[in-house]
Design a protein. Structure first.
Length: 201
């Protein structure tokens, strides 16, 4: 049994750590093909992607950087250790666009203050899965992202159409707007005395 399967059997409320489960099947234009969603935090979802084993990714339709999909941990165990170190996925997901000072400032801010329910969830993960918080979480995530090769990530045609990019398979968007030739309208202005003025374009 994988550590992800063991985690699922804990039956915890993932909302408290930014890893909420959803019964809805919702994909964004930027959700990779063959992605398995494992949790949500607001409009961001976390997933595995076929071809990358159990590496954990964030999928963000409104990123602060140039990438809509980026890795957070080499495996799910490392991902949980990051959550134990940071209390939730919130700070982890934003490391890609943050300096270390911004990261540490958030961890010590009111926005990341401890909550009794959250602490219960974290304690269950610590005890039941026998995990410890990840040392140097910021450096760990940065290293994972710097070494990452995204060449195996595959997107749907919707991704390329939305961003105005050429589809890798060379196909065209069938719903694309047709171009029409210029249309010229001719108007006739009527004078106050009931007669007609000169026609013009």
């Amino acid at each position: 049994m994988t550590i992800y399967e063991k985690y699922c059997q804990l039956n915890i409320d993932g909302r408290w750590i930014g890893l909420e489960k959803s019964e809805l099947s919702v994909d964004y234009f930027c959700t990779p093909i063959n992605a398995t969603v494992i949790g949500w935090e607001n409009n961001i979802h976390y997933c595995f992607i076929k071809g990358y084993r159990d590496m954990v990714f964030a999928v963000n339709p409104e990123p602060s950087v140039d990438s809509y999909v980026y890795p957070l941990a080499m495996n799910f165990k490392g991902f949980l250790q990051l959550i134990l170190a940071c209390r939730s996925t919130t700070a982890i997901e934003q490391i890609i666009g943050w300096s270390k000072e911004q990261f540490e400032s958030f961890l010590n801010s009111e926005d990341n203050a401890k909550h009794p329910e959250q602490e219960k969830v974290l304690e269950i993960i610590r005890k039941e899965l026998k995990l410890k918080p990840k040392d140097n979480p910021y450096e760990y995530v940065k290293t994972v992202q710097e070494l990452f090769d995204d060449s195996k990530i595959k997107f749907s045609n919707e991704y390329y159409d939305t961003l105005g990019l050429e589809r890798p398979d060379g196909s065209e968007n069938e719903g694309q707007m047709f171009e029409f030739g210029a249309v010229t309208f001719s108007f006739t202005k009527r004078r106050d005395d009931g007669g007609k003025a000169n026609e013009g374009n």
